[in-house]
Design a binder for this molecule. Structure first.
Ligand code: NA7
Length: 533
């Protein structure tokens, strides 16, 4: 198929998305290569090596299902896998299926331009200062939803004399905090996972919190061999069941509404979920994400837990989230709130005492200098659009993607965007992505995109492009579905609210599992909503 192109398909990224793409494309006989900026595969799980980094989707679910041998043979050790374990899993997959030869490491894609003369893509890459150009009929952005670090521009940042680490770009050799005075800025999942471990090592830890977050205990531990045997005896049914759940994960559903039962029953159910732990707390009742009053009862339950765990009432009060629960990504922790009972940990609420400046020896907040030896930025990511916006992507008539998306991302199904023929996005904005179990969602896109490209090849179709009407209708639908839920009610990264100047648009699609059915229907109807030329 490659005609005059170097490749049929250029894939940007070799995390879970890029690896799944390579596997599926090769299965269909397509010539593909993945370009990866890192010196190894794994994407998110390559970069996020901070202490305590682990997945908060259970191990048996957070894995590929394209090979039954793989899912039977791979042994996860804990309920929630650590970052090193997930990274070695991705490395194993690459090796086992011989994909490494099609992955070009240490190679950053700097630009991707659509060429109307050839009806294909010109990909500009940079490796060790050398620039190369590769041509491909199709280009797939497997660049990840949480891969572009958000590093706020704190005044005086460059004056600080100690090291500054971002959780999403952690040094490979690790960091020893023994005897150090440490600052952690940020209390999202990365902060909440790392704070208890840093506190154990550091001489003193000062946490700078902007928005307090809800966190549910992980109750992590070794996987029960009996449970593993049971799942593996019929992995297919386990996957099929999870695929039908609202988040594509096996959180136990409950059709009962919090609004329908009395307080005693609500407390009983919340207590039961709290004891199980994990993200499944949010499905304790069927109406927590779309009924504010019901949501408030779950929120108050967690606040009461914080009151009970944290001994200093003033600190407990600062840790109390005021938003609705789940409107920001829920966190899962091991001993997070209890860490504030340690003598060597203090909490600064930057809402009351804003960070004014970094100095050579510390951080000034609310007029007080906190002396520290090193600073950890757990300040998150320019989510969902950050990675693509850092590449100079140009479509038909040289239109920059950044310009088209200047008021927020516009896609059809989160897979393609009008004006950008033959460009696909893996778990792009407008798809369930971060509101679903990422690995199955990645695989669903990888299969769909590969099937689509194979379909075009069979029919000798040169280009596929999203139709404007289909895109407009999809964007409207994504917004309509989000509007009555709790999600748009607070400043979250789902809305781009964590990055100054980013347009406030709800980016993921709340529509799992019907979304998968919709994608299949689009394909069955000859790629309805796309123009094939
Ligand atoms: P998150 O969840 O975006 O958390 C970042 C944290 O950093 C959050 O508490 C932010 O407060 C805080 N932040 C960001 N910018 C600033 C500034 N300028 N000043 C003070 N505090 C700031 O990122 P994570 O890496 O923890 O987790 C990302 C996802 O990975 C997570 O949701 C899971 O899906 C896995 P804010 O809440 O914006 O007020």
């Amino acid at each position: 198929m490659a005609e005059n192109f170097d490749l049929d398909v250029a894939v940007v990224g070799a995390g879970f998305g890029g690896v799944a793409m390579l596997y599926q494309l090769r299965e269909r006989g397509l010539r593909a290569r993945a370009f990866e900026a890192g010196s190894g595969v794994g994407g998110t799980w390559f970069w996020n090596r901070y202490p305590g980094a682990r997945c908060d989707i259970e191990s048996l679910e957070y894995s590929y299902q394209f090979s039954d041998e793989l899912q039977q043979e791979w042994e996860w050790s804990e309920r929630y896998a650590t970052q090193p374990e997930i990274l070695s899993y991705v490395e194993h997959v690459v090796e086992r299926f011989g994909l490494g030869g099609d992955i070009q490491l240490n190679t950053r894609v700097t630009a991707a331009h659509y060429d109307e003369a050839t009806r294909g893509w010109r990909i500009e890459t940079e490796r060790d200062g050398d620039h190369e150009t590769t041509t491909a009929r199709f280009c797939v952005m497997a660049t990840g939803c949480l891969s572009s670090a958000n590093e706020p521009d704190f005044p005086g940042k460059e004056t600080f004399s100690g090291p500054v680490y971002h959780t999403g770009r952690w040094p490979h050799e690790g960091v020893d905090f023994t005897g150090k005075r440490v600052a952690v800025i940020g209390t999202g999942s990365s902060g909440i996972q790392s704070i208890p471990l840093i506190a154990e090592q550091a001489r003193h830890l000062t946490v700078f919190q902007r928005t307090p977050n809800y966190s549910i205990p992980a109750y992590n531990g070794p996987l029960d061999p009996e449970h593993v045997r049971e799942v593996k005896s019929d992995y297919e049914s386990f996957r099929a069941y999870n695929a039908q759940q609202p988040f594509g994960a096996g959180f136990p559903p409950n059709e009962v509404l919090a609004a329908e039962v009395d307080e005693t029953e609500r407390e009983r159910v919340y207590e039961e979920r709290w004891k199980v732990g994990g993200l499944g707390f949010i499905t304790a009742f069927g109406d927590l994400i779309d009924d504010e009053a019901s949501n408030a009862t779950a929120a108050e339950f967690v606040r009461n837990k914080i009151r009970a765990i944290v001994t200093d009432p003033e600190t407990a009060e600062k840790l109390m989230p005021k938003t609705l629960i789940g409107c920001k990504r829920l966190c899962v922790d091991t001993d997070y709130y209890a860490t504030y009972n340690r003598d060597n940990v203090s909490l600064v609420s930057v809402l009351e005492e804003p960070i004014e400046t970094f100095t050579p020896t510390g951080i000034v907040a609310g007029g007080v200098e906190h002396p520290v030896d090193c600073i950890v930025l757990a300040t998150g990511f320019d989510a969902m659009t950050g990675a693509v916006s850092r590449i100079d992507i140009r479509g038909r008539d040289g239109l920059p993607l950044g310009e088209k998306w200047s008021a927020g991302p516009r896609t059809y199904l989160g897979i393609g965007s009008e004006g950008f023929p033959n460009l696909f996005l893996v778990t792009g904005p407008g798809s369930p992505s971060v509101l679903s179990n990422m690995v199955p969602s990645i695989e669903q896109h990888a299969r769909w995109i590969s099937d689509c490209i194979a379909h075009l090849r069979e029919r000798k179709v040169d280009t596929i492009e999203v139709e404007r009407e289909a895109e407009d209708a999809w964007v409207e639908h994504v917004n309509e579905v989000a509007a009555p839920t709790v999600y748009p009610s607070c400043n979250s990264w789902y809305l781009g609210a964590n990055v100054p100047g980013k347009p406030r648009v709800f980016m993921p699609y709340i529509g799992f599992p019907t979304y998968v059915e919709k994608c299949d229907e689009v394909a069955r109807n000859g790629y309805e909503g796309f123009e094939l030329r």
